[in-house]
Design a protein around this ligand. Structure first.
Ligand code: GDP
Ligand code: IMO
Ligand code: MG
Length: 433
């Protein structure tokens, strides 16, 4: 099976970075296809932690091609910073290539300012965005006013587009939000410097990936966020502004859908969410606090505390359907060690008696009235961080993952029992047929 997509099945932070880093060993090209630096993907290799926001999680490996696909919105300041940080820490292998799509859209300073200004202005209905300008950047893409990486490299086009955009954005900033306008010269000078630095990385990445595929190379597509943050399939409006589902791996890199052979859905052994929005299995009690502390559930991008709750199979089943997931990877199982009784949500019940087992109700009022239906399982107390095979897990931990596999209806490909690359039970490589 040649090409694999890795995506989150919940509300992000499932451990995609760790799994992509691990699978990258068997891949030749690692391509991000959506989102931007709202993502925070954590890799722990030989005890050293690296958090990536825009660069694909294959970057620590030798001899790979890491691609920032056309579906990503790129903040050039963040990309430059991330490249510099990796180089300063000698973590950017000399024979690994980083390329960004020439048609990827840029995040501009006015996108960040508008994102923050809107969130500050809303009362009660905040989305709790990461404040990185993601939504406004995607809006400009759809409105056909956005600036792309290829435009940044063309001085005349960039000047023209910046001028036209600032005219409109400064109007919003000053007249609607009562804020200071952005200075055209300052933005221009800042972005000129990025253009010089990023020029060597900009390419037609669709062509590059296609060429590698024709040579029989393996492509690993790296999703950001999670299926329930998808702008169509998530808990709208408490979502991000891109399609996070596996289908976008094709559109977001410029590769036809038949190139995808497997989709691995990353599923944290419990549920977390950063920002606002419905969360049926949320635990606002001692157990929730415990999971938050033991799991160190703080946002890798914003540092915000993540809300924690029991595993929700309604979310997972919907993700399996909308993304065509062929295998699931369960992460952070070790965090549940020591909890006496574990619960798995297998359905939502509404006051009128309706039950939802495979799909999250679209109507937020209905969803907010739903109560979780749980199955209860016994926990375990043994340290599982060094388990290498399923058989090394205590009986109750095994039962827990087997129950998830049965409820999911797709095979388990991996169980992660610690943050390090080595703390992993690999059942099946998605690249092998
Ligand atoms: P991503 O956005 O999906 O890549 O996930 P994040 O990196 O935002 O959050 C996952 C966090 O859990 C990171 O701090 C990882 O280092 C950590 N992590 C990943 N897998 C495991 C695991 O199996 N056990 C533990 N304890 N931590 C893990
Ligand atoms: P990774 O890739 C978790 C959430 C934000 C907010 C909503 C909209 O690390 O899993 P945005 O800034 O995208 O407009 O915010 O989406 N969010 C994430 N939550 N993990 C992420 O990425 C996220 N990216 C965005 O908290 O609720
Ligand atoms: Mg994250």
């Amino acid at each position: 099976m040649a090409n694999v997509v890795v995506i989150g099945t919940q509300w992000g932070d499932e451990g995609k970075g760790k799994v992509v880093d691990l699978y990258a060993e068997d891949a030749d090209v690692i391509a991000r296809f959506q989102g931007g630096n709202n993502a925070g993907h954590t890799l722990v290799v030989k005890g050293v932690q690296t958090i990536l926001h825009v660069i694909p999680s294959g970057i620590l490996h030798d001899h790979k091609i890491c691609v920032i696909g056309n579906g990503v919105v790129v903040d050039p300041a963040v990309m430059v910073q991330e490249i510099d940080d990796l180089r300063n820490r000698s973590l950017f292998p000399a024979d690994t290539k980083l390329l960004a799509s020439e048609i990827a859209h840029l995040i501009m300073p006015y996108h960040r300012r508008l994102d923050l200004a809107r969130e500050a202005r809303k009362t009660g209905k905040k989305i709790g965005t990461t404040g990185r300008g993601i939504g406004p950047a995607y809006e400009d893409k759809v409105a056909r006013t956005g600036i792309r990486l290829c435009d940044l490299l063309d001085d005349e086009i960039f000047r023209e587009k910046l001028k036209a955009n600032l005219e409109e954005k400064n109007f919003y900033l000053t007249k609607l939000f009562g804020e200071a306008p952005l200075d055209e010269r300052e933005v221009y000078d800042e972005y000129r410097a990025y253009a010089e630095k990023l020029k060597p990385y900009v390419a037609n990445t669709s062509l590059v990936v296609e060429r590698e595929m024709r040579k029989g190379k393996k492509i690993l597509f790296e999703g950001a966020q999670g299926c329930h943050l998808d702008v169509d399939h998530g808990t709208f409006p408490y979502v991000t502004s891109s399609n996070t589902v596996a289908g976008n791996a094709s559109c977001g890199t410029g590769i036809g859908p038949l190139a995808i052979g497997a989709v691995v859905g990353i599923c944290k052994a419990y549920t977390t969410r950063v920002g606002q929005g419905p969360f049926i299995t949320e635990l606002t009690c001692e157990i929730g606090d415990r999971i938050q502390k033991v799991g160190q559930e703080f946002g890798a991008t914003t540092g915000r505390k993540r809300r924690c709750g029991w595993l929700d199979m309604v979310l997972i089943k919907q993700s399996i359907r909308v993304s065509g997931i062929t295998g699931i990877a369960i992460t952070k199982l070790d965090v549940l060690t020591g909890i006496e009784k574990l619960k798995i949500c297998v359905g939502y019940k509404s006051p009128s008696g309706d039950e939802f087992t495979e799909s999250v109700p679209a109507n937020l009022r209905v969803l907010s009235e739903c109560r979780p239906v749980y199955q209860e399982l016994d926990g375990w107390t043994e340290d599982i961080q060094h388990a290498k095979q399923i058989g090394d897990l205590p009986k109750n931990a095994r039962r827990y993952v087997e129950r998830i596999e049965t409820l999911a209806g797709v095979p388990l490909t991996l169980v992660s029992v610690g943050a390090g690359r080595e703390n992993t039970i690999i059942l099946k490589s998605p690249f092998s047929d």
